[in-house]
Ligand binder design. Sequence first.
Ligand code: PLP
Length: 396
Amino acid sequence: MRTGTNHLFIPGPTNVPEDVRMAMNVPMQDQRGPDFGAFTLSILADLKKVFRTTTGQVMLFPGSGTGAWEAAITNTLNPGDRVLMARHGQFSTLWAEMATRLGLTVDVIDIAWGAGAPVNEFMRKLAADRKGEIKAVFVTHNETATGVTSDIAAVRRALDDCFHDALLFVDGVSSVGSIDFRMDDWGVDLAVTGSQKGLMCPAGLGILGVSQKAMKASETSTMRRAYFEFRDFKQTVETGYFPYTPPTQILHGMRRALDRINAEGLDNVLARHARLAEGVRRAVAAWGLSPCAEHPSLASNTVTAIRVPDGVDARDVIRIGYERYNTSFGSGLSRLAGKVFRIGHLGDLNEGMCLTAIAVAEMALVEAGADIEFGSGVAAAQAWYAQGRTAEAALR
Ligand code: PLP
């Protein structure tokens, strides 16, 4: 018998706020009814604000981030196209694998899991590509497996400095809505996310930001696609009606989640994520442990991957957290299995919740054999959070 609430500190799916869950508890409705179009259009309009695009278009497909990856590729590229990617974590690895499976020629740069996107190496390859053979550059904005946020503006500068015309694909699955993401300012052509992370909804929607340039590319792209067809979604953009049965419940949840983001203010949402993440990072430092991110400038505001000390198996930390304390942490994926555990700190979250994660992690670490002083991480985070509150109060 498990008592009390389950504490979910995985980096997605994230906690769905009570009012978002309640908003989804609606009867089935007519998706061709007279008011449904305006309802969908309000969601698309508010999602554009979250992507920070006015010139691009947001599209929603039933699916998840992985489906949106596929939609982005198959609508804009051609079989055999050369694309530039980096592998520095499980998600960038999976995206590269998908691109290969779909028949692209993937020019992949392997770097350390914990490093950021290799902007200089991208730049070198783009500069050498005199014939314009590279058709797209793919960047994972926030590598959820390692807790690393990469500099998308720098990749855009690299493209511009080389006068290169390649499309810029950005995986924003664990950044959009929780880490500063600027589709227009950064010239992102295909931005990908899902409903279940910063957007605080259940999984079920793959969400895309599509630039005008990407839309144009989709008109001549010859890759095979059917369900995920941008052209078909144009009708939805114009009328708010879907060419197939949409998941109306999730859309109601999304409407409420966007209302929450609007009420808090996107900038405040991002600042809250930064403040909460810093508390977790200070706890990790107080434990004497290292994040997977190679440099503090790369540290993600949505997830921290923590390297466990030698002799400790991160899988034990996760198991103990789950079995004894009803608390879920993210696991170390693929080659990081056993070496790291992850604290997801995104979505509907506050200081008290982060302190719970830190306190439980301390117990699980100690019980798994780590030499950590009880309360050290909690105290470090408390000191930071209390200071943050004071600083905010002083500003009012
Ligand atoms: N990209 C990143 C950075 C992710 O974190 C994830 C999932 O966690 C994905 C892609 C895959 O998304 P989904 O699980 O929604 O298909």
